[in-house]
Design a binder for this molecule. Structure first.
Ligand code: F6R
Length: 589
């Protein structure tokens, strides 16, 4: 999604901005631009496509500048809609959405102001100019008071050649102090070389001036401690793998091993364990892949701890007036910790009296600021837009929570049942060659279906999402027993259907659905450790996975499905790391 970098210091700004933008590329974007303050004012350089298209801007002279990667929300992806936007004495880059921009734009137009872009963001530059009376910070405060929605802003004013201004509301903004200057960024990786980082909170402003950083809230100047969080110094590399997605799948065993937690025997979780003992009801809020890990967690928590669990897509939860009882625990799951809907859902749950637990992969992300407790998945940075290892890591952590909840209720469960999974994942990854051979079946299909029962249904949902997002093949994940209630109408000769089968007790039931598919000419690919079912005539191909504790099997069974999405994407000529229209961290509603 959109990314921001700003710099003011002793060095040339343009190379700093371009380097920072390059490090934000993994977030997904469609255009990029920078503005540098030179002798004669602002020079703006914008291009469609990749940051490398801005190479011509690297020689711009000036030591203060702002840069942006844009993921279009309001206004088509185009050079004119790319940021920075300049109006009067101001240049602005913006992450987020200004929800009341139509009325603000009308107001500006009535004053005779002309807009050059279709964006909501350009209104910010216009308002700054309108409110400016010689004090850029005051103008920024007045402007922000008019904005509804979410924003991280980096602003330059022509009258303050060596200064940058920033503001944050529901979209992250970080200030960095480096050896040769001061930085603003939406993500820590963009300014990883900075020795000191400061996180802005909602409603706060910052002014970077020479060597000085001043923070403000609505009432005046405030003091801020640097954060203790140390960002990684080097960006992740693909190594020998052609794509980050493949590399990240091979990191699944480590991600799982690092994310299993024995809460009960770790004194750092004493307070958390106390909350688990009191919990009567659990709600899980998340989006996309993280939502699927929530569904898998529901099966495990309900079965092991006998506690009711409700899983809701965060964008629905936030507008639903959810019922929160006295001992409701809300698990907000988000790889990035920056997903706007998940943060809003967590905030709503907190303000309604729930205890909120953030489950995230990113230290210091916005979600961590909202929650009462933070549990980290230790998947390492995930660069590919399609989530893989972070999903397996979420499962490992959520299953650990399920086990802790069960133990807190005196039920039989033990963390030792999760310990074999890293090695089992390693074995499951050997499916790569077999899956690669099967990918052409999917690459030439019109659509594909994934079916399973119980925990296998969770894997089916995630397998389907993976396939559609990077191969652009229409696909659905379905409970195997539900297929005949509608979706079976879509199965015709050679329609590929992936059946996941890890629950032995339900195997015959799932095989009924397989027979129904076969009878309509569909081609069934079976993912199972139960070889006896793979031999049946209804099964066109078999991808074996190792046997494991059934309740936790999605950690394993999803691996061939992730691989299938990857190889189908390649077979269709796509870039699996950068699917069209999608972004790594969805910071807007
Ligand atoms: C799918 C995918 C998305 C994310 C979703 C939530 O591969 O990556 O569906 O899972 O956007 O993102 P986080 O987990 O960062 O909140």
């Amino acid at each position: 999604m959109c990314g921001i970098v700003g710099y003011t210091g002793r060095s040339a700004a343009a190379p700093k901005l371009l380097e920072g933008l390059k490090r934000l590329e993994y977030r997904g974007y469609d255009s990029a631009g920078i503005a540098v303050r030179g002798e004669d004012g602002f020079t703006v350089y914008k291009r469609m496509g990749r940051v490398r298209e801005l190479a011509g801007a690297s020689t711009l002279s000036g030591v203060t500048g702002i840069g942006h990667t844009r993921w279009a929300t309001h206004g088509t992806p185009s050079e004119v809609n790319a940021h920075p936007h300049v109006y009067g004495k101001f240049a602005v880059v913006h992450n987020g959405i200004i929800e009341n921009y139509p009325e603000l734009k009308r107001e500006c137009a009535m004053r005779g102001e002309v807009f050059t872009s279709e964006t909501d963001s350009e209104t910010v530059a216009h308002l700054l100019e309108y409110y400016y009376r010689g004090d850029a910070l005051a103008a920024l405060k007045q402007t922000c008071a008019r904005l509804r929605g979410s924003y991280a802003l980096a602003v330059m004013c022509l009258d303050d050649p060596d200064e940058l201004f920033g503001a944050r509301q529901k979209s992250p903004l970080i200030v960095g102090r480096g050896e040769d200057g001061l930085y603003l960024a939406s993500d820590a990786p963009a300014i990883a070389e900075c020795a000191e980082l400061y996180l802005l909170a909602d409603g706060e402003f910052v002014r970077l001036s020479g060597k000085e950083v001043h923070f403000y809230d609505a009432d005046g100047e405030i003091f801020k401690e640097p954060t203790k969080f140390v960002p990684e110094k080097a960006s992740p590399q693909k190594g020998d793998c052609p794509h980050f997605m493949l590399k990240e799948m091979y990191e699944i065993p480590t991600a799982v091993a690092e994310s299993v937690v024995d809460f009960e025997s770790d004194f750092r979780f004493n307070e958390f364990n106390r909350v688990l003992c009191q919990t009567e009801y659990i709600q899980i809020v998340a989006c996309g892949t993280a939502y699927h890990s929530g569904i898998a967690a529901k099966y495990a928590i309900e079965k092991l701890a006998r506690l009711p669990v409700e899983v809701t897509v965060a964008s629905e939860y936030r507008y639903r007036e959810p019922i929160i009882g006295q001992n409701t625990l809300v698990l907000a799951v988000s790889q990035s910790g920056e997903t706007a809907d998940t943060i809003a859902a967590a905030e709503l749950a907190k303000s309604s009296g729930a205890t909120v637990v953030a489950i995230t992969n990113l230290p210091n992300s916005s979600l961590t600021q909202t929650a009462h407790f933070v549990l980290y998945t230790h998947a390492g940075r995930e660069v590919a837009v399609a989530a893989t290892k972070s999903f397996n890591a979420q499962l490992a952590l959520l299953y650990s929570v399920a086990i802790a909840l069960a133990k807190a209720r005196g039920q039989k469960a033990d963390i030792s049942s999760l310990l074999p999974f890293p090695a089992l994942c390693r074995t499951a990854l050997t499916c790569a060659e077999k899956v690669k051979e099967l990918a052409p079946i999917f690459a030439h299909a019109k659509s594909a279906y994934f079916i399973g029962r119980d925990v296998d249904y969770c894997a089916a949902l995630e397998g389907s999402l993976k396939l559609k997002e990077i191969s652009y093949l229409p696909s659905e994940g379905y409970p195997a027993g539900e297929l005949k209630h509608g979706t079976l109408a879509l199965v015709e000769k050679d329609t590929p259907v992936v059946a996941i089968l890890t629950r032995k007790a339900l195997a015959e039931k799932t095989m009924n659905a397989v027979s129904e598919v076969y009878a309509r000419g569909g081609k069934v690919l079976l993912v199972t450790h139960l070889g006896e079912y793979a031999e049946r005539k209804e099964v066109a191909a078999w991808v074996p996975i190792p046997a494991c504790e059934e309740l936790f099997s999605p950690i394993l069974s999803v691996i061939p499905l992730q691989m299938l999405a990857y190889y189908t994407s390649l077979a269709r000529g796509n870039d699996p790391d950068k699917p069209r229209n999608l972004a790594k961290s969805v910071t807007v509603e």
